[in-house]
Design a protein around this ligand. Structure first.
Ligand SMILES: O=C(O)CCC(=O)C(=O)O
Length: 263
């Protein structure tokens, strides 16, 4: 069965969760009316990178985000990979992805494992340490966030755990657009899965962001790619292509894990 994807490549209002929340409600409504099966949001869509004000603006325990996205996925009968939000907990702040199925049930939660020093995440955030595995309907999925795609061991771990679709919410800067595209396609080819990457558009006081959300098939072929402007990127995929590519070149059964034990 083919699936319709909608990636919401939005600009994010710096440090203004209420404005971002209103935009997310409107964009999810628009994507749902295009008959999307899965809607994807970018990284830190509630606050942007206004990290020094997290105490004031991060979502306490993610409660507001979870309530909103549960309601929207149920109302529109659509799976939502809700990008990530800044979350405030008793043990500090996290950059956390949530996923909800069409019934409005929370399917997954993942906190960014590799913190990006160039954007001061290591100063303000705590790192997650659990993999982001979840199921939408009967689709085995994984989520990682932005800088995480530079760590092939981490995405390989998710593929070895059975994921066939990788979701990547991001706030990736324009300055390294070439890395973004090459890393995403490489992660797709080496793990023979779909890569569904939703970046933000626009800029904040410190960075201009690249946009260029993209969807790659398990062969590394780009199915859809956005430009740099705010948009909703639509793409159609056939999840059965994963099994077909994995049987054509059987890298998982050809692996030699006994050779890969440097650490
Ligand atoms: O790795 C990069 O070049 C960008 C990463 C990034 O912007 C992030 O993790 O927020």
């Amino acid at each position: 069965m083919r699936l319709q994807l909608a990636l919401i490549q939005m600009d994010i209002s710096f440090g203004n969760p209420e404005a971002n929340r209103q935009k997310v409600i409107q964009k999810i409504g628009e994507a749902a009316s295009h008959k999307a099966d899965i809607i994807v949001l970018p990284e830190l869509w509630n606050t942007g990178y206004d990290l020094s004000r997290l105490d004031e603006i991060a979502d306490p325990d993610g409660t507001e985000t979870k309530t909103l996205l549960q309601d929207l996925s149920k109302k529109h009968q659509v799976h939502i990979v809700a990008g990530s939000v800044a979350k405030k907990t008793a043990s500090g702040f996290y950059n956390t992805l949530y996923a909800f199925d069409k019934q409005g049930i929370q399917a997954g939660e993942y906190s960014k494992a590799h913190l990006f020093g160039l954007m001061e995440e290591d100063r303000y955030l705590q790192a997650g340490s659990r993999p982001g595995l979840f199921t939408l309907g009967d689709l085995p999925c994984a989520g990682v966030i932005c800088y995480d795609i530079r760590f092939p061991e981490w995405t390989r771990t998710a593929a070895l755990s059975g994921a066939e679709l990788l979701f990547v919410p991001a706030e990736w800067p324009q300055a390294r657009l070439d890395h973004w595209r090459q890393l995403l396609l490489t992660r797709a080819i080496e793990n023979q899965w779909f890569v569904i990457a939703c970046n933000r558009a626009g800029s904040d006081p410190n960075n201009v962001f690249a946009g260029h959300s993209l969807v790659s098939d398990p062969w590394g072929k780009i199915i859809a790619e956005a430009g740099s402007e705010e948009t909703i990127l639509y793409a159609e995929i056939d999840p059965e292509q994963v099994a077909e590519v994995r049987s054509r070149i059987p890298i998982f059964s050809d692996r030699r894990p006994e050779l890969y034990t440097k650490e």
